[in-house]
Design a protein around this ligand. Structure first.
Ligand SMILES: Nc1ncnc2c1ncn2[C@@H]1O[C@H](COP(=O)(O)OP(=O)(O)OP(=O)(O)O)[C@@H](O)[C@H]1O
Ligand SMILES: [Mg+2]
Length: 257
């Protein structure tokens, strides 16, 4: 049965989607069965995986509000991952679910339908702490927090940890923070190096993944070309971080069994 990770940070543009996709492909390259779940109405993950979000007739919205089985919506791409896609329809789901029974557990139910088919489920969440993100956290075993190496990220992480604490208390007592994943790291700046140190000091109990994702324009280029970062012609050190993180997750998964 799959272990479920959510990549979450209410701060926008810190690399949640990029990390979900490349980590997913890296896990698939290690022979793992991977489902990616797009829980952001921007549909960025769906786009990265090679699909045009607005052209899709059925998305996770239809699972959430029309009871369409997840298996009828999941797509497979040429890089070995399966994806439950999203598009702008998802933005109205938050309003439509407001009065629904068990409204925070809708995604849990959808993932449970297919959980036995996979080793890893990775959920990409939107940059807000609304109902969709709560659904993602209710469904997850572990949270990976991508943090871009700049000061505002440190503050945002404090707010996110507070929310995770509330989710643990009210919705999902077994939720754990797997670790902080430093992204957009520019080794040439002292600021970025200081942020790594600050993260270590501010969150001594949390794991700071040792393989930082360096800043590189290749990530944006790969996303535009809809290929994983591993497919670009140039070697990018940040790509290695995703390979290492994938190995780390597989090891943790095997230790658990
Ligand atoms: N390591 C990196 N170096 C440079 N650019 C990056 C890196 N990782 C991601 N990017 C680029 O930064 C932008 C934001 O990344 P991404 O969409 O993954 O962030 P996000 O946290 O999912 O954003 P949002 O909060 O809007 O969902 C994208 O254009 C992406 O291609
Ligand atoms: Mg995103």
């Amino acid at each position: 049965m799959a272990v479920v990770y959510v990549l979450a940070n209410q701060k926008g543009g810190v690399g949640k989607t990029t990390s979900t996709y490349n980590l997913g492909v890296a896990l698939a390259d290690l022979g793992q069965r991977v489902l990616l779940v797009d829980l952001d109405p921007q549909g960025g993950l769906t786009f990265c995986a090679g699909y045009e979000p607005e052209d899709l007739e059925r998305t996770v919205y239809h699972c959430l509000l029309r009871n369409v089985p997840a298996r009828d919506v999941i797509l497979h791409n040429e890089f070995g991952v399966h994806i439950l896609p999203a598009n702008i329809d998802l933005s109205i789901a938050e309003f439509q679910l407001i009065n629904a029974p068990a409204r925070e557990r809708r995604i849990t139910k959808i993932i449970n339908e297919v959980r036995d088919d996979y080793d890893f489920v990775l959920i990409d969440s939107q940059p807000s702490l609304g109902l969709l993100t709560m659904n993602a956290m209710a469904a997850a075993d572990r949270v990976i927090i991508p943090v871009s190496c700049e000061y505002l990220s440190v503050r945002g992480t404090i707010a996110l940890l507070r929310l995770i604490g509330r989710v643990k208390g009210q919705l999902n007592s077994s939720l754990e923070v797997a670790g902080l994943l430093p992204t957009m790291f520019d080794s040439r700046t002292r600021h970025a190096r200081e942020i790594l140190q600050t993260l270590r000091e501010e969150f001594p109990k949390l794991r700071l993944y040792p393989h930082v994702v360096t800043r590189s324009i290749r990530f944006a280029e790969a996303a535009a070309a809809r290929v994983p970062i591993f497919e670009t012609k140039f070697q990018v050190p940040g790509a290695l971080a995703y390979r290492e993180l994938a190995r780390d997750l597989v090891k943790t998964f095997q230790e658990k069994d």
